[in-house]
Design a protein around this ligand. Structure first.
Ligand code: FES
Ligand SMILES: [Fe+2]
Length: 412
């Protein structure tokens, strides 16, 4: 992000903190709860949001070397995502051209070739069919025409995108708009992949997404956890088409007050959260470390969702974490939350991941699961989004617009 924008955002957050105010959208919305439990809406979401639009599936660090690959099937299409020997990122339908069996069965690894478990047709990591056992008995076929089926895929500025439709148009300029330039400045391609956490929970995928939609619950729900690190009740917010940028202050922001603005850096003092349509929360935490949160609807149950959180760290943070592992026998989320800003304690890798995931799972998603039960009763036809919750307005107006369904209704 450009430095003058960082200063503008940090100044706005300080202004809100000093004035004891929060962002004000000037409008509230009534939100129909059918959106969280209606089976027809859920089917339409899977067909449209997850089949007609580009999907962000990881960062360059997921494929750190030639031959590195990972598989996924989160939006109904089995995908093999791989960096070829030539260094290029490609995405294929993870399906053998003989009888359609998955050619890569592991979640991730490094492989020069993929051999189908059924009859051992073999493909290069660039998708070419290279070997058919007993080819003379099978009958000769043109191998050139029977490589893995490619999907539109692009690695741009450290982000890995795929279109789930073979004939889909992967137009990232249209998808990201002006946010694309800002993301390019983030150097996300330099981050190191450090594992993934998966949460399979009893809440609609949009309710899971909504938990990333405002900061005024920090001093209530997260009083003993996140609330120690972040003020809450402040938000610098901007939309970019269907996406948004959502920034809130860390308590470290106060350390900037006596320093010249030329020295201000967002990553020292605030948490940056991009929402990338349709289902990604791209969290850039203190120090520039990233949690890539991808939230998927369950294929059969609108009341269930799967959240995948990819953990990515800067090389500096990885080095510090190795020291932390050596210096502290036990680094728990509690010890990190109680850290003294003058003597910051660095979490070990496992504690840092646990910290992030446990807050989501044991605090935010518990609220969402509770809402899910209420809306499934059929007795709560709508809920409310306040003036201090503009991200919730934007998510749901966007979904309603794309799906052409009833969305939130404005209340003056
Ligand atoms: S299905 Fe893959 S080799 Fe037969
Ligand atoms: Fe939260």
């Amino acid at each position: 992000m450009k430095h003058d924008k960082q200063v503008e955002i940090l100044s706005e957050l300080m202004r809100q903190i000093d004035a004891k105010t929060n962002i004000d959208a000037g409008v509230r919305y009534r939100m129909p709860t059918a959106s969280y439990c209606d089976r027809d809406i859920a089917a339409r979401e899977r067909e449209v949001l997850f089949r007609d639009y580009p999907q962000l599936i990881g960062l360059s660090g997921d494929l750190a070397e030639p031959g590195a690959y990972f598989t996924l099937a989160d939006f109904g299409v089995p995908i093999l995502s791989v960096r070829g020997q030539d260094g290029r990122f490609r995405a294929f339908l993870n399906a053998c051209r003989h009888r359609g069996v998955r050619v890569a069965g592991e979640e991730r690894g490094v492989a020069a070739r993929f051999s189908c478990p059924f009859h051992a047709w073999t493909y290069s990591n660039q998708g070419e069919l290279t070997a058919i056992p007993q080819e003379a008995q099978f009958g000769s076929i043109d191998k050139q025409c029977h490589g893995l089926i490619g999907l539109p895929a692009e690695e741009r500025d450290g982000l890995l995108w795929v279109h789930p439709n073979r004939d889909g148009v992967l137009d990232l300029d249209a998808q990201l708009g002006a946010l694309g330039e800002e993301i390019a400045l983030g150097r996300y391609g330099d981050l190191v992949y450090a594992g993934e956490s998966v949460l399979d929970k009893r809440l609609n995928w949009k309710l899971a997404n909504d938990t990333f939609g405002e900061t005024w619950h920090f001093q209530k729900l997260h009083a003993k956890t996140l609330g120690r690190l972040f003020y809450g009740d402040n938000l610098a917010y901007e939309t970019f088409g269907r996406n948004h940028r959502f920034v809130f202050a860390s308590r470290m922001i106060d350390q900037l007050r006596d320093r010249p603005k030329t020295e201000w850096r967002l990553k020292q003092a605030a948490n940056l959260l991009y929402y990338l349509f349709p289902n990604v929360q791209f969290n850039v935490g203190l120090g520039g470390n990233v949690s890539l949160i991808r939230i998927y609807p369950h294929p059969e149950d609108p009341g269930r969702s799967i959240t995948r959180v990819g953990h990515y760290f800067t090389r500096e943070t990885m080095a510090l974490m190795e020291q932390a592992d050596a210096n502290f026998d036990v680094v728990t989320p509690e010890t990190v939350y109680e850290r003294d800003p003058e003597r910051p304690r660095v979490a070990s890798l496992s504690a840092a991941k646990e910290l992030f995931i446990s807050t989501i799972e044991q605090e935010d998603y518990l609220m969402g699961e509770s809402t899910q039960r209420s809306v499934e009763s059929g007795l709560l036809p709508e809920i409310l989004f306040g003036r201090n919750e503009p991200a919730l307005h934007h998510f749901h107006r966007t979904f309603a617009d794309v799906l052409q369904i009833a969305g939130p209704q404005r209340v003056e």
